[in-house]
Write a protein that binds this ligand. Sequence first.
Ligand SMILES: [Zn+2]
Length: 814
Amino acid sequence: MPVRIIALVVACAVSSVTLAASVPSIPEPDYTIVDDFSYSQQTAATVWKPMAGSKPVSLIEIDGKKALRMPCNFHGTKIDRASWDGSLKLDLTMCKGLQFLFYCPDPTPVASFAVYLHSGDGWYRGGFDAPASDGWAAVRIYKNATNIEGQPAGWSKVDTVRISAWRGRDVDTEFYIAAMGVFGTGGRIVIVRGDSAASEAPDEPESVKRYTQVMTEFFDRASLSNTVLSDHDVTSERLKGIKLVVLPHNPNVPANVADEIAKFLQAGGKLIACYTLPKLLEPVTGIRTGAHIPQKYQGNFASIRPSDDALNGMPTVTGQASWNIRGASAVDGSSRVAAWWYNDKGRSTGKPAIIAGENCIFLTHVLLSDDSTNKMQLLLAMAGELVPELWHQAAVGCLDRVGRLGPYDNYDSATDGITKLASGDSRVLEALNKADSFHSEGVDMLSEGRFSQVIAAAEKSQEFLIDAYCMAQKPLLPEHRAFWCHSAFGVAGMTWDEAVKILADNGFTAVLPNMLWAGAAFYESDVLPVAAAVEQQGDQIDLCLAACKKYGIECHVWKVNYNMGWATDKDFISRMKADSRTQVRYDGSSNERWLCPSHPDNQKLEIESMLEVARKYDVHGLHFDYIRYPDNEGCFCSGCRRRFEETIDKEVRNWPAEVRNDDGLQEQWLDFRRWQITEVVAAVAQQAKKLRPDIKISAAVFRNWPVDRNAVGQDWKLWCDRGYLDFVCPMDYTDSSGHFQRMVEQQLTWAGEVPCFPGIGLSVWSDPSDICKLIEQINVTRKLGTGGFTIFNYSPNEANKILPLLGKGITSNE
Ligand SMILES: [Zn+2]
């Protein structure tokens, strides 16, 4: 792996490498190293430049191995992050990402860590949580999980590695990095990420990232090694030796890239393309694509089913709730329709879902992560049709994966561990028996070469193990168990009655339905504009609340404050803007989706709208969300200036620069912002209790109070101290349970006497069906004695898959 340290190595007469006795010894890395830091102290300082306000790095040496020490000077400083730019030229094209060893004796002062890779005119950013381990642990930055900032020029042109520790608390700490390298080299499948779409449309990078990730996760799950290649980096040279190229969601494939893929196909390569097939590739693949076809109604495209001329090993039904597809047709003699779209009534739509040719398979939508067991089988059928040897590899990989769940890392440890947990429970033992028979069946079929059946058996075995693991969990009572529900209409495809019944049946005690926004209500409101859908679908608070009463579930009505969101009528937004009631950023640009928090009419609207809910409905609680500024950019409107000047009784001459540059003024400004938000919380809390003495006031808040009270004006510790809140739900949305635990530990100290029911980010995890991790995080809340938790978000996956599994054990009613 080519690496070049740009700075010249300067001879250093006196070794100034620090010996660090307290740092554990550095493990031997088992991946390709690009920088082992085996240079002098002086070179380290030249290569790794601190950003303004950060302290320089130093080198330590333990048993002949070197590591960088990175000090985080947060105490008494104002830096947002401790950060260093390493001048390293890296070619990361043909690997899965960057890897290094990491050790941080106390990560609690750090809100989050990130690695930024500079390339061209932009950056790839990958966040990471400090590993839970007390010693050294490996950190991996997956290319497919990085976000794009600006316009990076591809993974071959990385010239700077920036490592940042974002401020969490006003306390110093330090961390260490050793053995920087790459992982996941040698894959024979290339997934092309459509990075060039970033320059075309502002919304595209997020969906490009998401569907690239779905694709890599399915291949990873089948242990088929794969490499994500930016479309900036596609060359026929790099595709030499590659068997299969995948276009997961590539809205605008540049002509030169399509050209390189055409050469690859002509040389015997194979292609899976989803939703978009570049025109240039149509003659090479013998597949014709057409116009975009939107769904006629929800449920129009609900599943993919085989045609008479199907792919070998594809499932008979693969669920996929697509909202639109691409028209496509087979070309006589070169391709065929291998699968059709069916609607939610199980009828064929007559629209092709999969077209298969000699060297290419085209899926007429992107691959979504729903119905993941069948989806993986479908993807393998597509890949195996083109490259038959992948079937064998996937079969071995899938069988090997059985038992990797929760705290277990193989089949034997899983069955042993779950048997112990079961303590004789016959339901659990029965599920373990089933897992075992599918597992043995899989092993037998592997030796017979029946690969697609091996994969099906392996998936079944894993499913029964997960089932057994879930059933072996024990409930804890009493416990506040809640779900946020982002849709005012509840769970898609269900009535509120059905959705709330599922919560109750599975031991949940509360739901927080999002019934109002800054500019929209999903019930008969006299204060806010009523969403048009209410006329056809009814008053949603009425419907939800009736179900909650029937099944004994608490209903805490959730408002998205200040943010007018997607549901708000355009006329209302224009009127707010015309009346100078919307926010203005530091640079003077308008943020018309957000109401200005200091405008008295907006405060009144926020307060009155929430009180109206308490007045009209017998709800259990009112729940604030977005009860903050969008970021440190708001609000710099002329009204804020005037009201701020009145508050401090002084003119601000150089607006708005002075409120950032003048330390004294900045403190007053941050106080002013916090107060605008706090006033609304206080007013709602005090007045709602007059209307309904038992009502509970709560809020969804950012996770890092000391920073967020300045950044977004959200002073939630104060709201707890003053008794405005009856419980608080910090949104601790992280995949890492170690990080989750550290956050909750901190938050419990800020919440004080007020119950803190941490928010678990299930739906936004990289795997939203990871029930074992959900159990792990629920167990963290129990270990810390929170008395409850709040899960985001209640949708069909949670209702149909997650809740029944929780209800079998950890939240069981019995
Ligand atoms: Zn303003």
